[in-house]
Design a protein around this ligand. Structure first.
Ligand code: NDP
Length: 494
């Protein structure tokens, strides 16, 4: 097995100093504290990024506000779409550089980096580009009394909200960033984005490509730092909207910070997503689906299934076949195209998953995997856990790792209560060919998305978001327009 060689562009990018991207320029403050970017596959430092100072944060918001007011809010809609499409082209043209930078920071397999961070980023951007010319209001007829023959008409305008603070996690740092900035820019908002401190490089490269695509200076700005930098950004009085993706715990803090100044806020948060196999489920199909969605990127996917309810008559068949498939999948360097399982993305995440493996091990519930892999980097085995109760830790808490917990049920009418027995509600999948059973269950499942015979897949045309503690608001579809525009009503007498 061997790694793909790093391209010359990647080596050159890594060798550069990294800081912020403000008003169309890279800003490097040499006095600023540096954050080391660690390759999770070998724990080596691949680059360092300077933390944004308070002055740089203020400059980024000022650049976004200035470009919004003077230019971008009233920019020709078709021309906005042309720029977003051009940016999608540039992402693809520079795809191998972006994919390798992502794999070096996040440990995602190079195949997945190419598929999601490059191809899907371009797909989502082109979707948002198509909307720039289709954002519209309504024409309405008021019912006011007419005293002297006057008539009335009303219409609504969709106006961009202003400066958007986008805060994104480390699991899909570019694609999730594009979900936010593509939507914001399509609506005429300007953006200050804060990547995770573990994965800032691809967003800095994207900002350069956006400039090359013709995006006016100041419309997209990137600032780096940890959670405190994110908090300071949200608190800035010129931020009109916060779009956050991350954990439930941080999301609650973000919501409180935003609410203190009545800043509008959408939250895409974590969960404890369920796959529920009805008695008739096609087990081979479910095994392939769970492999593809539960263990992809080592389970570090917000919508990934983490708890699986299976009819008692099918549990052993499912876990046996899944265990065999996991054992056959190669583990190793994520830069090796043949590898399926790479490392967890960073040390805190590794520690968190190790904790959950200990919990599972102490209760003798591990059916497959369960060990840390003895090699440099943050590697653990993909794991299958057998749960005895729906209330135990591994059936309730998000591990965000390659740890799926399986529990059996006996009667179909138990299943809905089991699915809904969680404070979260991001995604649920039902595995059955009984269309009638699925259609009757769907309205009762407390979840932002319900998949049938599939899981996790998101599409730009289909709204995505959580209920209960998994979030507030929706991305994609046409729903994003509500999130990034304000409705202005105009009423006229004539
Ligand atoms: P975190 O909540 O730890 O961090 C998310 C982002 O918020 C990071 O950029 C982080 O910075 C920043 N941040 C941390 N504290 C604050 C604060 N007080 N104010 C403002 N920003 C702050 O999440 P992770 O990065 O660990 O991502 C994993 C989580 O994200 C999982 O729970 C997963 O389920 C969820 N997720 C949800 C998705 C969805 O669409 N629903 C999609 C993907 C992930 P830094 O990293 O530098 O500390």
């Amino acid at each position: 097995m061997s790694d793909v060689p790093l391209t010359a562009a990647v080596k050159a990018f890594l060798a550069r100093p990294h800081g912020q991207f403000i008003q169309g320029n890279a800003c490097i403050s040499h006095a600023a504290p540096l954050i080391d970017i660690i390759n999770p596959a070998n724990e080596e430092v691949v680059a360092a990024v300077a933390t944004a100072s308070r002055d740089e944060l203020n400059a980024a918001v000022a650049a976004a506000k200035g470009s919004f007011q003077s230019l971008w809010a009233n920019f020709n809609p078709y021309a906005r779409g042309v720029i977003l499409n051009k940016l999608a082209d540039l992402i693809e043209q520079n795809g191998e550089e972006i994919a390798q930078l992502d794999t070096l920071c996040s440990g995602k397999s190079i195949n997945l980096s190419r598929l999601f961070e490059v191809q899907q980023s371009a797909v989502f951007l082109r979707y948002f580009a198509g909307w720039t010319t289709k954002i519209s209001g309504q024409t309405l007829q008021p019912s006011f009394p007419s005293m002297a023959g006057e008539q009335y008409s009303a219409f609504t305008r969709r106006e961009p909200v202003g400066v958007v603070a986008a805060i994104v996690p480390w699991n899909f740092p570019l694609m999730i960033g594009i979900w936010k900035l593509g939507a914001a820019l399509a609506c005429g908002c300007s953006v200050v984005i804060k990547p995770s401190e573990f994965t800032p490089l691809t967003m800095l490269r994207l900002a350069e490509l956006a400039k090359e695509a013709g995006l006016p200076d100041g419309v997209l700005n990137v600032i780096n730092g940890g959670g405190d930098t994110g908090r300071q950004l949200i608190e800035h009085p010129d931020v009109a909207k916060v779009s956050f993706t991350g954990s439930v715990a941080t999301g609650k803090k973000v919501n409180m910070t935003a609410a203190a100044d009545l800043t509008r806020c959408t939250l895409e948060l974590g969960g404890k997503n369920t796959a529920a196999l009805l008695q008739d489920a096609d087990i081979d199909r479910a095994v392939a689906g769970l492999l593809q969605t539960g263990y992809i990127h080592q389970g570090q996917v917000c919508a990934a299934p983490e708890r699986v309810y299976v009819h008692a008559s099918r549990l052993d068949e499912l876990t046996g076949k899944l265990g065999a498939a996991l054992a056959a999948a190669p583990v190793g360097s994520p830069l090796d195209e043949r590898v399926v399982f790479g490392p967890l993305s960073n040390k805190p995440q590794f520690d968190k998953v190790c904790h959950y493996l200990q919990v599972a091990g102490s209760e003798s519930r591990i059916l497959s995997g369960g060990e840390v892999i003895d090699r440099p980097g943050y590697f653990v085995q993909p794991t299958i856990v057998r749960a005895a109760s729906a209330t135990e830790v591994l059936m309730q808490e998000e591990t965000f790792g390659p740890v799926l917990s399986f529990m059996s049920y006996d009667e179909d009418d138990e299943l809905l209560a089991l699915i809904n027995n969680t404070p979260y509600g991001l995604g649920t999948s039902l595995w059955t060919n009984n269309l009638s059973a699925a259609m009757r269950m769907i309205p009762q499942v407390e979840s932002g998305t319900v998949w049938v015979n599939m899981h996790t897949m998101v599409d730009p045309a289909v709204p995505f978001g959580g209920v209960k503690h998994s979030g507030i608001g929706r991305e994609f579809g046409s729903s994003f327009i509500d999130e990034y525009t304000e409705v202005k009503s105009v009423i006229m007498a004539y």
